[in-house]
Design a protein around this ligand. Structure first.
Ligand code: NAD
Ligand code: MG
Length: 390
C-alpha cells in the first residue's frame, strides 16, 4: 500500500492524480493534500479522501479549512506554509510524493522529498530546472526513486532500456526527441502575436492544464524547460536533445538508438496515463484513459521548430549550454513575465524579450549549493519586475 502526499492537489495534475488513486483503493491511500488558496476545493478533496494532514498557503486559509473540516466531522490535521509542505513531503508515514505545485514555489518541498528518500512523481519541472544537479544528487544520495510525470519525459522513460535507472549511461542512445504541439499560435501570423490575449494563450489545442504551463506552451518556453528537464533526468548532453513539432500530440516523445531504431510512446493527451504509469511502476494499472484509434487519427504530422516564432525555446537551449545559474535565471524571469502577461501588464512578445534582457544582465555563474541558486532566483525576479515598468 503506497501512502501518498500530493503537493498541489487542487491543480490540474493534482485532480488527475486523485482520479487515478480513486480507481485503486486497494493500492493507494492519501496521506496529505496541499493547496495554496483554494480552501473549498481542498475541503471537498479532504472529505472524499480523508488525508491525515492538509496544508494551505496562509494562516487565514488554515483556519477556514479547519472550521470546514471540523464541521464535516474530520480529524485531519491542518497546517500552513512552506515548512509544513516540507514536513508532509518527508514524513515517515508517506511513501510517495506527487510534486505538482507550479513554479519555484514547489522547490523546497520537492527537495525535501528527495532528501527523505521518497518515491517522487515529478510534475513540477521548474523545481528541477532551478536546482538541476543539486536535485539529482539529493535523489542519488537518499536512494529516492524518481519518476517523470511530464508526458514527454514519462514517454522517454518508457522508451529507455529497463536497466537504465539502475545503470545510467549511454546504452546506445543517439538522441532524445521531445515532441511539442506548437500550442495555439503555431500557425498564427507572427506579426500579430503581440495582440493575443491571455484567454487565447491558455486555450491549448490538445491538453487541459493550469494557466502558467498553458502560456508556457504558447511561447514554447514549456518545451525549453522540458529540454533542460530531459538533460537532468536522462543525463543527455544538450546536443543530444532534439525538439520536433507534432501538432496532434499523439506521440508523446521518442528515443533514437545507434542501430537506427526509434522507440515512441503513443496515447491520448490525458495526464492520467503518465500518472498511472508512475504510480504503479513497474506494474500497469487502469487509468481511465482509452487507447488511441489510429484509424480515426489518420495522420501524424511533424515539422521543425521555428525560433523566430518561438524565441523562448532558443533562450532555454542557450541557458542549458551556458550552465550554472542560467537555467534558474531563465525560469525566474519567465515566471515573472508570464504572471505579468496573465495580468495584462505586458504583451505576449514582451515575455521573451524580458527573459532575454534578464539573461543578458545576469551572465551564468557556477552554483554549488541551493542558497546560491535561490539568491539568483530572487535577483532575477527583482530585475524582471523592475524591467516590467520600463
Ligand atoms: P495548476 O495551476 O493547475 O495547479 C498548481 C497547484 O499548485 C495548485 O494546487 C495550487 O494550489 C498549488 N500552488 C500554486 N502556487 C503555490 C504556492 N505558492 N505554494 C503552494 N502551492 C501552490 O498547475 P498544473 O497544470 O497542475 O501544473 C503543476 C505542475 O505540473 C507545473 O510545474 C507544470 O509545469 C507541471 N505539468 C503540468 C501538466 C498538466 O497537464 N497540467 C503537464 C506536465 C507538467
Ligand atoms: Mg510536457
Amino acid at each position: 500500500m503506497q501512502s501518498i502526499t500530493i503537493l498541489g492537489a487542487t491543480g490540474s495534475i493534482g485532480v488527475s492524480t486523485l482520479d487515478v488513486i480513486a480507481r485503486h483503493p486497494d493500492r493507494y491511500r492519501v496521506f496529505a493534500l496541499t493547496a495554496n488558496s483554494r480552501v473549498e476545493d481542498l475541503a471537498e478533496q479532504c472529505i472524499r479522501f480523508r488525508p491525515e494532514v492538509a496544508v494551505v498557503g496562509s494562516a487565514l486559509a488554515a483556519s477556514q479549512l479547519s472550521e470546514r473540516l471540523k464541521s464535516a466531522g474530520l480529524t485531519t490535521h491542518v497546517d500552513f506554509g512552506e515548512q509544513a509542505l516540507c514536513d508532509v513531503a518527508s514524513a515517515a508515514a508517506c511513501t510517495t510524493v506527487m510534486a505538482a505545485i507550479v513554479g519555484a514555489a514547489g522547490l523546497a518541498s520537492t527537495m525535501a522529498a528527495a532528501h527523505a528518500g521518497k518515491k517522487i512523481l515529478l510534475a513540477n519541472k521548474e523545481a528541477l530546472v532551478i536546482s538541476g544537479q543539486l536535485f539529482m544528487d539529493a535523489v542519488a544520495a537518499s536512494g529516492s526513486i524518481l519518476l517523470p510525470i511530464d508526458s514527454e519525459h514519462n514517454a522517454i522513460f518508457q522508451c529507455l532500456p529497463l536497466n537504465y535507472q539502475r545503470q545510467p549511461g549511454n546504452h546506445g542512445i543517439r538522441k532524445i526527441v521531445l515532441t511539442a504541439s506548437g500550442g495555439p499560435f503555431l500557425d498564427r501570423d507572427v506579426a500579430t502575436l503581440d495582440q493575443v490575449t491571455p484567454e487565447q494563450a491558455i486555450a491549448h489545442p490538445n491538453w487541459s492544464m493550469g494557466r502558467k504551463i498553458s502560456v508556457d506552451s504558447a511561447t514554447m518556453m514549456n518545451k525549453g524547460l522540458e529540454v533542460i528537464e530531459a538533460h537532468w533526468l536522462f543525463g543527455a548532453a544538450p546536443s543530444q536533445i532534439d525538439v520536433v513539432i507534432h501538432p496532434q500530440s499523439v506521440i508523446h516523445s521518442m528515443v533514437s538508438y545507434a542501430d537506427g531504431s526509434v522507440l515512441a510512446q503513443l496515447g491520448n493527451p490525458d495526464m492520467r496515463t503518465p500518472i498511472a504509469h508512475a504510480l504503479a511502476y513497474p506494474d500497469r494499472i487502469e487509468s481511465g484513459v482509452d487507447s488511441i484509434d489510429l484509424t480515426k487519427i489518420a495522420q501524424l504530422n511533424f515539422r521543425p521548430p521555428d525560433y523566430q516564432r518561438f524565441p523562448c525555446l532558443k533562450l532555454a537551449f542557450d541557458a542549458l549550454y551556458a550552465g550554472g545559474s542560467a537555467a534558474a535565471v531563465l525560469n525566474a524571469a519567465n515566471e515573472i513575465a508570464v504572471e505579468a502577461f496573465l495580468d495584462r501588464q505586458i504583451g505576449f512578445r514582451r515575455i521573451s524579450e524580458l527573459i532575454d534582457t534578464v539573461l543578458n544582465r545576469m551572465p551564468a555563474e557556477p552554483v554549488t549549493d541551493l542558497d546560491s541558486v535561490l539568491a539568483k532566483d530572487r535577483s532575477a525576479r527583482l530585475l524582471a519586475s523592475e524591467l516590467l515598468h520600463h
